[in-house]
Design a protein. Structure first.
Lengths: 221, 84
């Protein structure tokens, strides 16, 4: 059987694709393959990461143009097949714009581009993306975004709560996100979108390893 | 085929905070403008488009607004249409 392979999608303007690949290959020994956004053949990968960056220069809205790429069109069948998709930062924005996840991401409340480490509460481990089985219910991950304010209305929030779709909440909400939301999953649990960057927290030498669990969980069936 | 000039206005929904609008309001007050009660920033998109009559063009513009120009989770849109 071939190695489990994670596809790392590259849009024009992606800038965390190599970080994700480095973290998966170098820290977790997971095989990766870059997928150009114009590719629609996803049969060669077992899971997909939509990395951070500024796809299509964030024109119109973050993630709005990327949504129309051939790869995102092909993602629907991939998700329906149960395979796992992780959207980080701009990847999360693309997942909301394309309707895989509810809500939207817009400008930070204070208009600053925020680059910092943040404390996050694990709210749900739906899909097995986070380790809430042990004592550690809080993790620390870096954020780096100007448009990371998650917005949803109260009906959507109720649905998120009722179905345990809120994965992460900020301890000290840095960007004005509705209900402190930092990451959510779809109902099946095989799609996770989050603003923090787990790939930047995979080695003690760069400040922490709290992102390892999430990246490793790409391999869950 | 008829040609139309369309102006699409995309605005954040009233319930969505507009920090850029708030910052611009603050600068407007510093400039000395008095009486500003509210200031919100939107987008205007100009499109020239061909079609067989206004109804067909409206259908195309509705699709563009709903699927691309606006994210209806956070934005509303309206447009005006002029036959050229």
């Amino acid at each position: 059987m071939d190695n489990f392979t994670v596809g790392v999608v590259v849009f024009p303007g992606s800038n965390c694709d190599r970080d994700v690949s480095w973290a998966l290959e170098g820290c977790l020994d997971i095989t990766t393959k870059y997928l150009w956004h114009e590719s629609s053949d996803l049969s060669c990968v077992d899971a997909i990461v939509l990395p951070g960056g500024f796809s299509y220069g964030d024109y119109l809205r973050c993630g709005a143009i990327a949504r129309f790429s051939p790869l995102i069109n092909a993602l629907d069948d991939f998700v329906k097949s149960g395979r796992r998709v992780l959207g980080i930062c701009n990847g999360f924005q693309i997942l909301t714009e394309s309707g895989f996840l509810p809500g939207a991401l817009t400008a930070n409340k204070n208009l600053n581009f925020i680059c910092d480490d943040v404390e996050l509460d694990i709210v749900s481990s739906k899909g097995g993306w986070f380790n809430d089985g042990g004592e550690k219910q809080t993790i620390k991950l870096p954020i780096a975004h100007g448009e990371g304010r998650y917005h949803c209305d109260t009906d959507t929030f109720k649905k998120l709560v009722d179905n345990e779709l809120i994965a992460l909440r900020y301890k000290n909400n840095p960007n004005g996100s509705s209900f402190d939301i930092a990451g959510i999953t779809n109902e099946k649990g095989n799609v996770l979108g989050l603003m923090p960057h787990p790939e930047r927290a995979c080695d003690e030498i760069i400040g922490g390893t709290d992102g390892l669990f999430t990246l490793k969980s790409l391999m869950l069936k | 085929m008829d040609q139309f000039a369309v102006k699409v206005f995309v605005r954040l929904r009233p319930s969505v905070l507009d920090p850029a609008g708030e910052a611009t309001k603050s600068a407007s007050i510093k400039l000395g403008a008095e009486g500003i009660k509210s200031l919100r920033i939107g987008k205007m998109i100009e499109v020239k488009i061909e079609g067989n009559g206004e109804n067909e063009v409206r259908e195309k513009i509705d699709l563009l607004c709903d699927r691309l120009f606006a994210n209806t989770v956070i934005e509303d849109y309206e447009y005006s249409l002029e036959k050229l």
